[in-house]
Design a protein around this ligand. Sequence first.
Ligand code: BTN
Length: 330
Amino acid sequence: MHKLTFPILEQLSDGHFHSGEAIAQQFKVSRATVFNAIKSAVDHGIQIFSVRGKGYKLPHAIQLLSSTAIADTGLITSLQNITEIHPVLDSTNRYLINKIPHLAQQNRIVACNLQTAGRGRRGRQWQAQLGESLTFSVCWHFQCGAAALSGLSLSIGAALIRALHALGYHEAQLKWPNDIVTTEQGKIKKLAGILIELQGDLEGPSVAVIGVGLNLQLSKTLQNNIDQPVTDLASINNGNQALDPNMILTALLHALVPTLTQFETNGFSTDKPFWLAQNAYRNKNLTLIQPDGRQIKGTMHDIGNDGALIVQTSEGIKQFNSGEISLRPA
Ligand code: BTN
């Protein structure tokens, strides 16, 4: 991305028109440089209106993540000290994974305003856009081995739900293994996704990079690029509440970090009752899709302490690990 693109986007974040000339003067560059920086934003899929005689403008005002705004929300200092905010990254998970050898066992949190090549589960892409999504990752070191972390993604889901409910988004629910969803007229729509990438020995120590993508206010363009039913925080609150990504990130971290410390001692079992209560498929019939496309019908029976899905099927009770199947309403 052009080095002036993000500083210009910060100016445009007020949602008003800014003339090319005023921007050029402010940054002491030529109009052509401004044009190139704007073009670079458009090439990254950012919608910018350009009107002759008026200048450039974003479709609406957006709030951006910044370290100072995060400090103002009251994020505890110990977390501020390990938090990095970037304008643009390809993937916050990839960034942290590359950084692990240089972290000297330190935990680290990374968020960005624009993630250009987000990774999703099962090798999929995660679609995000400036001002439309919150994308961040937490790199956390555990003394225990990767084998003991099998239920971690469910505990992370539970922590995110606690934070979203505390923020007033009571409609947010869990879908096994770790999607955050809402149910609208029987239809399950994805609000956020979690991708955990593990490194280390089975016996320990190990390190987890926990990536979270939360839909804030998706444009039609972005929604059309997503191949499953989606929702965002703006649709849940009907636009009644300002979406400040700094405040939302702080709330999510305040729920996530204690969960991470507690997980090392207690595993998923402490979060299990809450998880089951927030489960979107509670008391519902469901269809399990196997990787080869074969379907199994059943109802959710329980969740194992290792996070496995336990389903009552016509052939009896069966247990599945994440990655083996995906869930659909029956
Ligand atoms: C899923 O497929 O449901 C998981 C999506 C996880 C997306 C987040 S966005 C921040 C972090 N960085 C990535 O590249 N992916 C995760």
